[in-house]
Design a protein. Structure first.
Length: 683
């Protein structure tokens, strides 16, 4: 009886039926392929993982980022749904930004010729480390207060801000006002979509966008968002057009019920010194010192469904989805991440561009109303400057195609932005435009914000029904022989949970994705070996991932709120790793005759080089006479280094093999298995 070699086509193919996928692999779990000198891929057990940090984070981790500061201290930033944390030297510290909102009567004071405005908010305890986002436009002393301002703490009940124009130049009050100011008022006419707005000294022109950030009902119309100004009545009045007609004539109705809305971003620091005699009320505080307010501790932000993280040198840059841009500097040991006051107030995300170092924010804003196609960037080497002038390199650009920017990353020599429709490259060209934007791929939009990565100079991403790569020869689709496994089982209502996982150690890129019935948890993965151009798939949950970094091998987070470092063990955090793969059907003479198999010789690597050769692999045979039949099972047969051969003794037209292991502390790689076979009739 002759012997035949088990020569498998590398990679997993699920698009083919088992009978069509002859001498190839049809399913897999926690394996990988490594190239050999003949250019084929040898299947082996996947590298295992161990806990990077001993304790749970406290909520599901959505983003990870590793960096080092200028003192060579290494950090892992952890963006979770209810916290922002940093792990260093096995110690976790929470740096979650803190905020709170007040809706209070407008009470602002101005002085002619000064750009300082004193705001009263009783019991707010605002310090000079805090930032206020004034979300209702306030007219006072010839000024319009709106947007983010750095605060200057004066007393437990008062603080001041300094008004500037978009270029950062001071805007001075034109009137003395004490404890005054007003928010916009709206008046409707029955049957008309035109809304009259009163806002003293508004400064608007026809065609400008008027933002309303607090939903206001008037005359049967709900006003919220950005509105184009139709006409200017005078310095205090103008009109906008609503999306529907009023059902009654009403007004004026004031935004937020006439109250100011202050969204405070709390920066925890040492108490500031008082402001001294002459600033506060007579007799308040010691002469020459004033009153030192106790900073308001605020409340942790708890609505971060996702984060984007990057580092500006030694400083962490963190953006909660649809939030402002925060910075945390380990050198100053800030207790929390602190908002960048001059940065856009809402963003889908941001990254740091290299080598000129600028924060690139997408899905950004000028007015507080988010523009899903707007890109903004700060000045070179200064993330406190975002207003573009002829003397700096801050700027903005709105992509003209697509409905939203899904994500952006720093790629090789350029920034990359994906819309739902295509891929854009933003290349640094210096002043006056700073960046040039080109659409380099169409019909290849990104399916989810965390579905793209750069590895070894090539960009990989998952689109709505395809995979793509981008390199020097442009955008190319990646053939995917496991397409059915992914896209026929993908939960399309939870695609924002998809996480890409690059592993440059093995030239692999994986996508963890949620399936129908997984409740949005990315429990399955599809993995692409870029060197071999081969795929495999399996079951494993990861909610966040970073590639090889200053912290060593890749790090991933599970939905059980633990963080693991990969390629550190043959096991799954001290537990056996269930690794397996199953072939398609083998056949003799195109299955015209039955085959009889009575002997199989194992040939494998049974452990790591120089280590214990103790792997135990189970070999199971599945046989059938016709492809649609339920197969008959033979085995499993236990294979170890000491196993000379096993004798399954079966006859069938079609035969498939499964290799599986579930032992602790072992490693294996398939070699040249041989099996003894002969023709054994047609029936």
């Amino acid at each position: 009886m002759p012997h035949a070699s088990l020569k498998l086509t590398p990679g997993v193919d699920q698009n083919r039926t088992p009978a069509l996928n002859e001498a190839a692999i049809s399913s897999s779990q926690l394996i990988r392929f490594v190239p050999d000198t003949n250019g084929i891929g040898l299947p082996q057990k996947l590298g295992g993982w161990t806990k990077y940090y001993a304790n749970k984070i406290g909520s599901i981790v959505r983003c990870l980022w590793a960096w080092a500061d200028t003192n060579a201290n290494n950090y892992l930033a952890v963006g979770a749904e209810s916290s922002l944390d940093v792990i260093s030297n096995n110690t976790l510290r929470e740096i979650t930004p803190r905020t709170f909102t007040d809706n209070v009567a407008v009470d602002a004071s101005t002085t002619i010729g000064s750009n300082e405005v004193i705001i009263k908010d009783v019991g707010s305890n605002i310090s000079s480390y805090d930032v206020v986002n004034i979300q209702t436009q306030i007219s006072v002393g010839g000024l319009i207060l709106f947007g983010q301002y750095q605060c200057r703490g004066l007393s437990p009940d008062t603080y001041s801000i300094f008004t500037t124009d978009v270029l950062g130049d001071p805007l001075y009050a034109t009137a003395n006002v004490t404890d005054g100011g007003a928010v916009p008022g709206f008046t409707t006419i029955n049957g008309s979509s035109i809304v009259s707005v009163v806002l003293n000294d508004h400064g608007y022109s026809v065609g400008d966008t008027f933002p309303i950030l607090v939903s206001t009902s008037v005359g049967g119309i709900v006003l919220f968002g950005g509105y184009t100004i139709n006409s200017i009545t005078d310095a205090n009045n103008f009109t906008i057009q609503a999306s529907s007609s009023a059902t009654s004539g009403t007004g004026p109705v004031y935004e937020n019920g006439g109250d100011a809305r202050y969204l405070y971003q709390i920066g925890v620091g040492p108490n500031p010194l008082g402001t001294g005699y002459g600033i506060l009320g007579y007799g308040v505080g010691g002469y020459g010192t004033g009153v030192t307010p106790t900073p308001n501790p605020g409340t942790k932000i708890t609505t971060a469904t996702d984060w984007t993280l990057d580092n500006w040198g030694g400083i962490l840059i963190a953006v909660p989805y649809n939030g402002p841009i925060y910075a945390w500097n380990p050198a100053t040991n800030d207790p929390t991440a602190v908002v960048i006051a001059n940065a856009p107030t809402v963003n889908h995300g941001a990254f740091v561009a290299m080598p000129q170092r600028q924060i690139i924010a997408w899905g950004s804003t000028f007015t507080g109303i988010q523009d899903p196609l707007l890109v903004r960037w700060c000045d070179i080497e200064n993330f406190n400057v975002w207003a573009a002038t002829v003397t700096n390199q801050a700027g903005s650009y709105r992509l003209p195609r697509g409905s939203l920017i899904v994500a952006g990353i720093q790629g090789p020599q350029q920034g990359l932005l994906w819309t739902d429709l295509g891929l854009w490259a933003m290349q640094y060209i210096s002043q006056p435009y700073v960046y040039g934007f080109n659409e380099v791929g169409t019909g290849c939009g990104l399916i989810a914000p965390k579905a793209a990565t750069s590895m070894n100079g090539v960009i990989y991403w998952m689109s709505q029904s395809q995979f793509f790569q981008y390199s020097g020869d442009g955008v190319k689709p990646i053939f995917c022989p496991i397409w059915d496994v992914i896209f026929q089982d993908l939960d399309t209502t939870q695609v924002d949970k998809i996480r890409i996982a690059a592993n440059s150690r093995f030239n692999e890129v994986a996508w963890f994705y949620p399936t129908t019935g997984s409740n949005g948890v990315p429990t399955k993965y599809a993995k692409f070996n870029a060197g071999l151009q081969k795929w495999d798939f399996g079951t494993l949950t990861r909610t966040a991932w970073i590639n090889q970094s200053v912290l060593g091998p890749p790090i991933g987070a599970d939905d059980n709120q633990y963080i693991f470092q990969h390629e550190t063990s043959p096991d799954a955090d001290g537990k056996p790793m269930a690794s397996s793969f199953q072939t398609g059907y083998f056949a003799l003479s195109d299955a015209d005759v039955k085959q009889f198999v009575d002997q199989v010789w194992p040939d494998m690597k049974w452990g790591y080089y120089g280590g214990a050769q103790n792997a135990n692999v189970n070999l199971t045979f599945y046989t059938a006479d016709y492809p649609g039949q339920t197969p008959t099972t033979y085995g499993p047969f236990s294979l170890t280094q000491s196993t000379t051969f096993v004798t399954p003794r079966f006859r069938a037209r079609l035969m498939a093999m499964e290799f599986a292991s579930n032992d602790i502390g072992s490693f294996w790689r398939l070699g040249n298995m041989r099996y003894r076979t002969q023709i054994d009739g047609k029936f």
